[in-house]
Design a protein around this ligand. Structure first.
Ligand SMILES: Nc1nc2c(c(=O)[nH]1)N[C@H]1C(S)=C(S)[C@@H](COP(=O)(O)O)O[C@H]1N2
Ligand SMILES: [Mo]
Length: 213
């Protein structure tokens, strides 16, 4: 409809859900560096949990998708200035895996590095990875992810409407085509952070880029 986008943008702005410098999109843009992996099947697919854990864990696709899931609605904010509101995701939460005793973190673990296909990495403080607004997602809008958006599994970083949480980061903090989580004591810049993106990436403070290059 004519100006539907603008109207919705004004609405979320009034609701205090539009971070500084962002504008609403009704589309779902695709952003990443490099090729999109294609899978003939998921029999050989695994997710590894390693680093500062009592014992490393390797999950098959079957094992991962047998775990309890969470379904959450999030507002997602891309550093390239678009935001998409009320997006519906389903997947596994790291906190639930820990609470279920699937993996036990060592007390020194303070950061999580997502390891994705082709060596892509992205870093998060453990605190942010355990917050409600970050999930290991394998469904979007009730369906498996599109290859472009991270099939079969991606980290998904968004914001819970109205919370303005400290853990609300830009969308790049969710790695597509996720294959492993590494728990570390030290923060390590990932792919985009090495390229100059912010280490903290708080959307409400508009932390897009690192101050010094
Ligand atoms: N593996 C991988 N994941 C990635 C990226 C990437 O280059 N490789 N780019 C990030 C960036 S910069 C953004 S904005 C989001 C975009 O997600 P989308 O394509 O589903 O919109 O994916 C993030 N995850
Ligand atoms: Mo991005």
């Amino acid at each position: 409809m004519f100006n539907q986008r603008k109207e919705l943008e004004e609405q979320v702005s009034h609701e205090n859900r539009l971070p500084p410098g962002q504008s609403l999109t009704l589309k779902f843009p695709v952003l990443h560096y490099g090729p999109v992996p294609r899978y003939a099947g998921l029999d050989d697919w695994t997710l590894e949990l390693r680093g500062l854990v009592e014992a490393p864990v390797t999950l098959s696709w079957k094992e991962l998708t047998a775990l309890p899931t969470r379904t959450i609605t999030l507002d997602i904010h891309c550093v390239t200035h678009w935001s998409k509101f009320d997006t519906l995701w389903e997947g596994v939460h790291i906190k639930d895996m820990i609470d279920a005793g699937l993996v036990k973190l060592k007390p020194e673990a303070k950061y999580v590095i997502q390891h994705c296909e082709y060596g892509f990495t992205v870093n998060l403080p453990l605190e942010a990875a355990l917050a409600d607004n970050f999930i290991l997602a394998y469904k979007y809008d009730g369906k498996p992810l599109d290859p472009d958006h991270g099939y079969p599994l991606r980290g998904l970083m968004g914001a819970v409407a109205g919370q303005h949480a400290n853990s609300d980061r830009y969308l790049w903090k969710g790695g597509k085509w996720l294959r492993g989580l590494e728990f570390t004591a030290e923060d390590k810049p990932g792919f985009w952070e090495e390229a100059g993106y912010s280490m903290t990436a708080n959307v409400w403070k508009e932390e897009r880029f690192r101050r010094s290059f």
